[in-house]
Ligand binder design. Structure first.
Ligand SMILES: [Zn+2]
Length: 45
């Protein structure tokens, strides 16, 4: 399981993903992916 960087919940790997700076992030829902995609800097440190 991967950690959803937006809400901190466990996210199923490979289901809903987004790439940022050569890393792949997994999300619990498309809502979290949308939030990440619109401002990835807010969630990646
Ligand atoms: Zn989430």
């Amino acid at each position: 399981m991967a950690k959803d960087p937006v809400c901190g919940m466990e996210a199923k790997e490979g289901k809903i993903t987004s790439k940022y700076k050569c890393k792949t992030y997994s999300f619990c829902s498309s809502t979290c992916k949308w939030a990440f995609d619109s401002n990835p800097k807010q969630f990646v440190k």
